[in-house]
Design a protein around this ligand. Structure first.
Ligand code: NAD
Length: 578
């Protein structure tokens, strides 16, 4: 600590000596008042009191009025309401997050259910499509293939040193929109804003990253506004070495316990990179594992209605990609926990891809290693309808992005075979959903249990109102991340996603189920995240995976103490008198 300088006034001396505390909930003493006014982390906007304005030397830089934080939130919401286009609302919210971070998170928290679609899907899809046009502020890091050999040095440019969570994409499969290259940055930015809004992970500890390895999308390569590298995608050894260097550079810069979430990588890379890194890095893939967890949570909740276990059911999947295979793998694990052998469990899981049912000697081929894992010994079955007739599933799960694939015939067949068929139409966006909620209830005569990937409005059938639940990954990934970070886990076993699914299913109330919803209301998502995190922290300590010592006695209190404080920090010490 440096010595006080007698020529400086007492405020400046305190600033120099850093007496005003550090950390996210206290302001750093060496910052000038002007910085506190303009820096997103410290700014309070009109909520600076007159006393604070004078003490910080920013008096006169704000209009006279002092607003309560709640009034600021109302003001922002009023401004949002004036905007007609969702993309404009997205841009307003992003610019707010750059001006006053706490106000941004308070606005999100004021109505999670209606704000989430503005900062994440579906609006983030529009934002990514126009990202080159709307990109204004430096947000997150773009690391291009040209940085190969220097990724650690690039990471050192990030101003925060205590980064705990990275969400990374290479932009190759952004939502259902395909290869958007560097424009995919909207995804890590959006996901990490949900880390904070839904699980209280401090924004300063979150780092969105886009790995720009080029794009194969012609329209982007030709777009004069495109912000990314104007080259075709790097592939093969070059790509693999780049990703490998990135993973090691992250650990070198931010530590072994820095969580790296993979997001929207194309199918083959997603599976390959997950199996390559899952045991030696703190990493997971939300498209595969987060989706699996939220879907299995919905299944476990639906079995409460049917009063059966997962092992008592036969599952038929339409699709065998990241989502479907992830769910199938987690179902396999859950059935084994319920007492089945691997072979017995596999016999209950059937998958249909674009070439028909996945069977071992399928003449049409197309069997990757991951699909072969679920290949049945059976004569070829070409169509979904034929598969439903022959396999007689209790549960039908769609994740093939084939809008309308669960047509009247399929849904009626499911209702013929089952008293209470379980129908999950998980494909996004809504136009890709295998069926609508209304079709599911109508063609099964109101007997099905339904969940979807996209939100559907309540449906009235035969005078009964059903509230279909949305299997939104946001129920899972923020809570998983919070638990993993609080326990200081160094890798994330698959079991964690089953633990999360079981905990989420427990949180579904009898009222939710009676209404036909397999998930708790979106408004309760922060408490879901905390409950999931608590269970994961318990799991981590029980299984020797936690590195944070000593083990906290009250784990929930420990988790809460780590979370971001939505209240503004004190700008001047309470005891400090002028
Ligand atoms: P993917 O590209 O990895 O997989 C798509 C699969 O569908 C492939 O196996 C493909 O063979 C199969 N398919 C294509 N055409 C088919 C056809 N005509 N008949 C049968 N199968 C066919 O994609 P993904 O990441 O698995 O995503 C699939 C869908 O699931 C997307 O719409 C995505 O939005 C949705 N999804 C939903 C959630 C959620 O609800 N929480 C989460 C993740 C993904």
């Amino acid at each position: 600590m440096s010595k006080p300088d007698s020529k400086l006034d007492k405020y400046a001396q305190r600033d120099r000596l850093g007496l005003w505390g550090t950390g996210d909930n206290e302001v750093v003493g060496s910052l000038s008042g002007f910085t506190r006014l303009l820096d997103k982390r410290y700014s309070k906007g009109l909520a600076f009191t007159h006393e604070e304005r004078q003490q910080l030397g920013i008096h006169g830089m704000l209009p006279y009025v002092v607003r309560e934080p709640s009034e600021q939130v109302e003001h922002c919401r009023a401004l949002l309401a004036r905007l007609e286009q969702d993309l404009d609302k997205y841009m307003y919210l992003i610019s707010l997050s750059e001006r006053n971070e706490r106000l941004f998170y308070n606005v999100l928290s004021s109505d999670i259910a209606s704000m989430m679609p503005l900062v994440y899907t579906p609006t983030v899809g529009l934002a990514c499509q126009r990202y080159s046009l709307i990109h204004q502020n430096a947000k997150g890091m773009f690391i291009s293939i040209k940085d190969k050999g220097h990724i650690y040095d690039v990471l050192k440019n990030w101003p925060e040193t205590d980064v705990r969570a990275i969400v990374v994409t290479d932009g190759e499969r952004i939502l259902g929109l395909g290869d958007l290259g560097a424009n995919g940055m909207g995804i890590p930015v959006g996901k990490l804003s949900l880390y904070t809004a839904l699980a209280g992970i401090k924004p300063s500890q979150c780092l969105p990253i886009t790995l720009d390895v080029g794009t194969n999308t012609e329209s982007l390569l030709e777009d004069p506004l495109y912000i990314g590298l104007r080259e075709r995608r790097a592939t093969g050894d070059l790509y693999d070495e780049f990703i490998d260097e990135f993973m090691h550079a992250c650990v070198r810069r931010f530590g072994q316990n820095c969580l790296i979430q993979f997001e929207d990588f194309a199918n083959a890379n997603a599976f390959r990179l997950l199996s390559k890194y899952r045991d030696s890095f703190c990493t997971f893939n939300d498209d595969i594992q987060g989706t699996a967890s939220v879907a299995v949570a919905g299944l476990l909740a639906s079995l409460k209605i049917k009063k059966t276990q997962l092992k008592d059911n036969t599952l038929l999947f339409l699709g065998a990609g990241e989502a479907a295979l992830g769910i199938a793998n987690l179902c396999l694990m859950a059935m084994k926990v319920e007492g089945l052998t691997e072979e017995e469990a596999k016999a209950r899981i059937w998958m249909v891809d674009s070439r028909g049912v996945i069977t071992r000697d399928r003449p049409k081929g197309g069997l990757t290693e991951h699909k072969l894992h679920f290949a049945q010994l059976h004569e070829p079955i070409d169509t979904l309808a034929e598969a439903v007739r022959k396999v007689r599933p209790n549960v039908l799960i769609g994740a093939a992005a084939q809008g309308g694939a669960f047509n009247q015939e399929i849904l009626e067949l499911m209702a013929d075979i089952n008293e209470t068929p379980i129908i999950f139409a998980l494909s996004n966006p809504t136009s890709k959903a295998e069926c609508t909620a209304e079709e599911a209830y109508t063609y099964t005569k109101g007997r099905c249990i339904f969940a979807s990937g996209s939100p559907f409005a309540p449906v009235t059938y035969n005078n009964k109102k059903f509230y279909p639940g949305q299997g939104n990954n946001s129920y899972i990934f923020p809570g998983v991340a919070l638990g993993v970070l609080c326990a200081g886990m160094l890798n994330i076993p698959e079991q964690v996603f089953l633990v999360a699914a079981e905990r989420l299913a427990e949180l579904v109330s009898k009222d939710d189920l009676a209404k036909g919803s397999l998930y708790p209301p979106l408004s309760s998502i922060v408490s879901c995240s905390m409950a999931i995190a608590e269970r994961i922290v318990e799991y981590a300590y029980k299984n020797g995976l936690a590195t944070v010592r000593p083990e906290p006695v009250n784990k929930l209190a420990f988790i809460k103490a780590q979370m971001y404080d939505l209240d503004y920090p004190r700008s001047v010490p309470a005891t400090y008198k002028m």
